[in-house]
Each structure stands twice: as C-alpha cells, then as structure tokens.
Design a binder for this molecule. Structure first.
Ligand code: PSV
Ligand code: MN
Length: 403
C-alpha cells in the first residue's frame, strides 16, 4: 500500500470523513466526453491537422472509448449532428457497443449552415425556423435509436445592432420552437438548454444567461433543464452560486466543462482556475450528499483540443474533474455547517481551503487500482501505442465539423 495513501486515509478519518464512501462515489463518477474534441478543430484563424486525429463518427467513438478505457469514468460520448451524422444509426449504436462506449447527449447544430446567418429559432423568416425545428426533431429520432436521454441545445441566435430584431417576437418564436421539440419527447428524454452571453452575436443574445434558460425550461416543463457551460459567462461571474440556485429549483440538468481565460476559450477544464472548479464541485457534492435534494446532472466536457494531442487532452480533462470531485468529497461538511451557523467566516473559508489544498493524488490512484486500472492514465495511454497505431491507420479522409 502506498504510504502517501495511508497517511491521507489517517488524516481524513481523523476529520470524520468516510473514505470508503468517498471511494465508492469516485468509482461511480460519470464524465461524458465530446466527439468534437477528438477531430481536427481550430480557431477562426485556422485548423492545424494532427496525425491520427479521428476523421469520422466511428473513429471519434474509438477515441472516446480509449479515454474511458484508461480513466474508467468516461463511459459515454456526446455527439454533434451533423458533424457525427451517419446513414445507419443502428449500425453506429452497435459499433459503440462493440468498442465499449455509450452514446450520450445529442447536440443539434443550428448555427453553422448559411441559412442560419441571421439566426435559427429566432429568425424572422418562418421557413428558417421550420428548418431548425425539423433538424431538432430529426435529432429526437436519433435519440430514439441511440437511447440517448439528453437533447443538448445551444443557439447562436442574437443580433449585432440595436433595432435589428424585436426581442419579444424572438422570445415567442424561441418558445414556440422549443415547445414543438419538447412535445416530441418520449420516456425520460430531456431538453438541456444552454446559454451564452455573447458570440457570435455582439449586441444581444436570445439565451444570454441562466435566467433566460431557466425561464424557457420552466415554461416548457419538468423535462427541460438548464445546462451550464463554464465558458459562457462574463468575467467574474460567480458560477457556483448559479449552480446552487438551479439545483435548489430542480433545474440544473447538465454541465459543459471547460476552462477559459478571456472568453469562451474552450481550454482544458481546470487549467485556468482550478479553485473555481473546486467551488463549483463543492456545490454539486453538497447537493449530492443532501438526502432531501434530487439531481440528475449530465457531466459533460465541451472542449476543442486544437493544439494538445486530443485523446491525451481528454484523459487529462477527465482526471482534472476526478480531482475536483475528490477534493469536494473530502470537505468536512459538518464543520462547515457549524462554522456557517456560528458566522465564523475565517473558519468556514479555512475548511474549504483545507480540502482544496489536500493532495488527493494518492486517493484517486488507489481508486483506479481498485477499479483495475493503471493508476497513471496518461502515462499508460502513452505507453499503449494507441496513437502510433491510429496514426498509421488514419491516413487521408476528412476532419471534424470545424475542419
Ligand atoms: C457553443 O459555444 C458551445 O458551447 C455549444 O455547446 C456547442 O454545441 C459547442 O460549443 C460546440 O461548438
Ligand atoms: Mn457548450
């Protein structure tokens, strides 16, 4: 047994933390990686192709399954339609099963085609709104085949100049469109409504913040929930506060994890502000441990790995989320509640800092060993020869939606 692990268990046990419970929760963690993180992508200035990058939906499934094989906690992959569009969805589902990955959220794309230049579901042209709704309905059909629970929606709709659009009419069109899609759901299918405060529109965005998404989700009903993307807020926004409020209202349905320094940078989660990530997870864990709170949150990554090797970046991201979760699980919650009750500001902050500053590496390594995995996923992946193998095989062919 690693002596660092033994020391950590001693320390946590002394704080009254049930290490076996922490490990059990870590083993059940479920992170979904994005198919678009495995293909060639870039910025608006260019796309730099990488040897071995996945060229089609099947190869993206293979890469996602590889991320899962080395981390043990990334059992599903989100698809973007039409980037991942195939003729035979039953065939793709079977292939996913063969390579050991589940198909997760389906993301319609109503922002890239020429017709969407002035918007999709908020476009003043009814025929364009129709096309956008039809595309989303097609995505619901895909979900019926793949067994996906979540339809994950993000709209680029907005205006660039004052007077360009009628805000209230647009709000009506948005609701009408979402309602038609919502009504097509069956079983436990859900709609996750993402918001983003700017870009590509620079004057106004129709779903700009959690309030707008919350309003739409509330009007639609229980199967509509809000999705938080960490890159979609103005600088300085307290995201953990939004998390807490949405959980409290039963309206937090999903996450798009990533990191940013300037805007919606799509950088590796935890790379820029790991403390913020911890504070967000702290709210998620507080809810998870509260017997009176029920949450159904899809934990997804939304990143474009433009420069980093893609599967390595996915593994690194999943491991960052594992550490953030582990640190949040070892917060002494009883002591925190007491400090809050006593209004002991310094003590409360110190309790969070103690967990955040704890090196959870030995704990997550032990969890991986108990899951039958190599304790060092990145190194194990590098040694596996996977990249060399796929680089030799994946020669020629297309890129992702960005390429
Ligand atoms: C938009 O910036 C976004 O966050 C949405 O989730 C898209 O589906 C995704 O990025 C990929 O472009
Ligand atoms: Mn997103």
């Amino acid at each position: 047994m690693d002596p660092r692990y033994e020391l950590l268990v001693e320390d946590l046990t002394a704080q009254g933390i049930d290490v076996n419970d922490v490990k059990a929760r870590l083993k059940k963690q479920h992170i979904e990686t994005p198919s678009w993180g495995y293909g060639n992508s870039g910025t608006r200035f260019g796309v730099f192709a990488q040897p071995g990058a996945a060229r089609n939906a099947k190869e993206r499934l293979e890469d996602a399954s590889t991320t899962h094989r080395f981390t043990g906690i990334a059992p599903t992959v989100a698809l973007h339609i039409p980037w991942d569009k195939v003729d035979d969805w039953n065939g793709l589902k079977t292939y996913a099963e063969e390579v050991g990955i589940g198909i997760g959220a389906i993301n319609p794309n109503v922002f890239q085609d020429e017709i969407y230049k002035l918007g999709s579901v908020c476009n003043a042209d009814a025929s364009i709104r129709r096309t956008a709704v039809d595309h989303m309905l097609e995505c619901v059909e895909i979900m019926n085949i793949t067994g996906s629970r979540d339809l994950s929606l993000w709209f680029a709709d907005g205006t660039n100049f004052p007077g360009q659009g009628d805000f209230r009419k647009r709000k009506g069109w948005l609701y009408e469109s979402l309602k038609e899609v919502y009504d097509a759901f069956s079983g436990d299918q859900r709609m996750l409504i993402e918001y983003k405060f700017f870009e590509p529109a620079f004057y106004h965005t129709d779903l700009a913040d959690w309030g707008t998404s919350y309003l739409m989700a509330t009007k639609l009903g229980e199967q509509a929930q809000v999705l938080i993307d960490l890159g979609h807020h103005p600088q300085g926004t307290n995201i953990e506060f939004i998390v807490a409020w949405l959980i409290d209202e039963g309206k937090l349905g999903g996450f798009h994890f990533n990191s940013r320094k300037y805007a919606d940078d799509d950088l590796t989660v935890g790379s820029m502000n790991p403390q913020e990530l911890f504070l967000i997870y702290n709210e998620l864990v507080a809810a998870e441990l509260d017997p009176d709170t029920h949450t159904e949150i899809a934990y997804m990554i939304d990143q474009s790995h433009n420069l980093k090797p893609k599967v390595e970046a996915a593994i690194q991201s999943v491991c960052s989320l594992q550490s953030a979760y582990a640190k949040s699980l070892i917060v002494d919650r009883e002591a925190l509640a007491d400090a809050q009750e006593a209004q002991a500001i310094i003590d409360a902050e110190e309790i969070l800092k103690r967990a955040y500053n704890t090196d959870v590496t030995p704990l997550v390594e032990q969890v991986r060993i108990e899951m039958g995995l190599d304790p060092h996923p990145l190194e194990a992946f590098r040694k596996s020869g996977y990249m060399e193998k796929v680089s030799a095989e994946r020669v020629g062919g297309g890129g992702s939606g960005w390429a």
